[in-house]
Write a protein that binds this ligand. Structure first.
Ligand code: FMN
Length: 203
């Protein structure tokens, strides 16, 4: 604390301590939500994360995948994994926010042990940006809710997230996995809601 504070000559001790406690500079964060349920559990977790991250001074852009027209990648390879996509839809709106983001957050319900198709379609469209986002110094987080309670049923999605990050070379900053969440709103007031807020606030 003292060493950090002493580097900040010319500012008051309280301000110096406050500044030295900041772990990262302010970031641009893009949050991708995958649930079509507007008041659903993962949208709640995303909202709590965003609240915390905004309070911590970060700039957040939220893209609700289910509320946009995003076609599935056709695998035509016209983009060469680093160029213009032949598909013209709402991905064009998201593209700059993925490129400039310091952090990309994935929030999705479990649908048959995987990401929702709405989010997966967006992830597949990363293909046209692959050359620009792979190896970029980005951070990431994962928010997920599911109805069952067996931890092993969440493993394939956690593994998918980790494998994706490993491939892209992005750094994981945290995961909130909420089991036992069936109806919309079930996650409100739970420790998972708090975890999502604190994850955002801690950045
Ligand atoms: C199409 C569909 C598939 C689902 N598959 C699973 C599943 O494999 N395992 C599970 O525990 N819950 C499953 N669920 C339940 C959801 O994961 C759960 O209700 C979750 O809280 C929904 O998140 P949301 O409120 O953000 O939409 C499924 C729900 C739907 C609609």
């Amino acid at each position: 604390m003292a060493a950090g504070a002493s580097l900040l000559a010319g500012v008051g001790i309280a301000e110096a301590m406050e500044r030295s406690n900041h772990k990262t500079r302010n970031m641009k964060i893009t949050v991708l939500t995958g649930s079509p349920r507007r008041n659903g559990n993962t949208n709640h977790l995303a909202g709590q994360f965003i609240k915390g991250a905004t309070e911590a001074g970060h700039e957040v852009y939220r893209f609700d995948c289910a509320g946009h027209k995003i076609a599935g990648c056709m695998g035509c390879n016209a983009c060469g994994m680093n160029g213009e996509c032949v598909l013209k839809d709402d991905f064009d709106e998201l593209r700059p926010h993925l490129l400039e983001a310091d952090m990309v957050v994935f929030a999705t319900p479990m649908y048959y042990f995987g990401f929702s198709s709405q989010l997966k379609s967006v992830i597949d469209r990363f293909y046209a940006l692959n050359g620009q986002i792979k190896g970029a110094p980005k951070q990431s987080a994962f928010l997920m809710a599911y109805a069952n309670t067996a931890p092993q049923e969440a493993e394939p999605m956690v593994s998918h997230y980790k494998t994706l990050l490993n491939y892209l070379g992005w750094q994981d900053r945290g995961m909130v996995i909420a089991p036992g969440m069936w109806p919309a709103g079930a996650v409100e007031g739970t420790s998972y809601s708090k975890q999502a807020y604190e994850l955002g606030r801690s950045l």
